[in-house]
Design a protein around this ligand. Sequence first.
Ligand code: NOJ
Length: 730
Amino acid sequence: MVKFLTLLAFCCFQLAYPQQPLYKQAEIPIEKRIKDLLKRMTVEEKILQLNQYKLGANTNINNIGAASNEIPAGIGSLIYFGGDPEFRNQIQKKAVEESRLGIPILFGYDIIHGCRTLYPIPLAQACSWNLDLVKTNSSMSAKETVLSGVDWVFSPMIDVSRDPRWGRVAEGYGEDPYVNAVFGVATIQGYQGTSLSDPYSVAACLKHYVGYGMSEGGRDYRYSNISKQSLWETYLPSFEAGINAGAATVMSSFNDISGIPATSNYYTLTEILKKRWKHDGFVVSDWNAIEQLINQGVAQDKKEAGMKAFLAGVEMDMIDNIYLEHFKELLAEKKISIQSIDEAVTRILRVKFRLGLFENPYTTIIEKEKRYLQPESIKNAAKLAEESIVLLKNENNILPISPLLKKIALVGPMAKDKQNLMGSWSGYAKSADVETIFSGMEKEFSNKAQLNYAKGCDFDGDDESGFEEAIKVANQSDIIVVCLGERRVWSGENASRSTLSLPIIQEKLVEELKKTGKPIVLILSNGRPIELERLEKFSDAILEIWQPGVAGGTPVAGIVSGRINPSAKLAITFPLVTGQIPTYYNMRPSAREAKLGAYQDKPTEPLYWFGHGLSYTTYKYSEATLSSPRIKPSEKLTVQVKVTNTGDVSGKESVLWYISDPVSSISRPLKELKFFEKKEIPAGNEVVYTFEIDPNRDLAYYDEEGHKILEPGIFYVHVDDQKIKFELLK
Ligand code: NOJ
């Protein structure tokens, strides 16, 4: 009786003062909350957490498929095509209030180079060599993303890519492992802020893990033949840096890595990512990548594909429904264990808890006008565009356009184009918000010069009927600015090209314009290096503006007028002709001197190397000095160079520091970038740049097992055209 009364009293107390379950208490450490929640979950609820559905119409030009599915309240994640925070909240309400345990949904989306304020494509961003600016822009993009109802972005893409036929070179940071690593880290820092639970932080996703940039022939989704040596020294380092920077999640890639697809690759996903690097977030498959294990020849059906991906280390199934449909059966057959399901769910819940989703599952709704395109983010978008525009050629200093040239012909299909300046993966951006080159030029030259516009031709096709008008306006002008390039769908996912040259119609337009005898400034907007063998000869100046996003017009015009001094340098090599591919600066030495093994029909040298980029001023580099000619492995070596701005205008110079190791047990690339710094140097001033060489970081290299080797001997540090010798002692 006493016992019964005590129990009754306890129940009454509980009813009067209900205790929140442990996992709902914010002050409890996350790992305890996860354990508590896991204990309460049924197998079905656990399996649901491992799945990602899509929500809203798939309007992304690079994706396939459309209709939104029925959303189960207990689903782990959604790809949110909508960008409407109120709709997100409605769906989230379903999860929080209608599912038994109220686990919030994680909303993800492809925010790659901006949300509504679209920034230059990542390849362009890398050409800015400005990490702070990239970080700032990523944090602004995170804020717009959060306000759109998204918690998780599928970027940065840090696939080293050395084959510009591959359309996805646009989405990453170019050909160099170090550049991919540091820009990836800056982007993660911008997205994730100091804590994932900050109101405007989003979770980052490193992709595509790993070696996707090596797709054979530059064709998307193909096999990638990657030796373990290249895996460790070229493709893994950017991911390792991203994991060390705290990236919350990773996406497995589509490619087959030397026989084991990335999505079923235990070595890369578990041995390296989880065991060696200790990543404690989760891996999501790429779109349909689990089912595609069947196409890739390692699974006979969906069930086996699901099992293989899961056992390799993919915790979340992006849109395939395979985990949902087959895991109970696989559990019953003991092909997967409940322990491994618990481990996978733990990893997904950990990201949700870290994001603070249990405390704040809903997006704060603010006025539409205040959500996006704020003056500060437009300003930064323009700044990043400005710093990523590369002046490739400037014969006779034809740029900036002399104020004496009063009539400018503005010609070409890109001049008034909005859509294509956006590039692939444009988040929730709208082409209506894009500033065209034409409107930038109009503002810049109003009251200074007359603009004579003609489209000339389209991006492709063979309609030359616009040539006449273009030639007419060119004849009426003092200089021709011709704006050409790629349609946005020519780069990005599933957008490979067999040739890097622009369609013949565009080349022909310039050839005809050249006949007027007027100087030609070629403005190029594209998502990959372009083959310029013919166009280069017709052009006095070439400005590579990439795909600058919403705010490109003003910076382009500012560079053309000379108000802005260009400061970008290429993060990817421009081959002279497509047949030269692969062309990347950090290749290994040849067995014979350079003139042997050359092409017989074409030059062997690319047109513009990685690191190339001109300025309106000139810089003089002093002789670089070393703090010592030799060091021990435990010591640091300082190397300095003084750079003087010897021209008339202020400029920003990026100094690139490389290391080479001429004799080693495993041959090393001709040189490897190890550090860079960009600084402003007013005209007539000098600035000292310093690189501190840390032997374990800068002189050691990976072997094929991922062990770092540091070998004593002679090394060189390269800066500008100098090569300075030093010795690493035992
Ligand atoms: C496929 C792409 O490869 C990947 O980069 C993207 O994040 C997903 N689709 C989701 O849209």
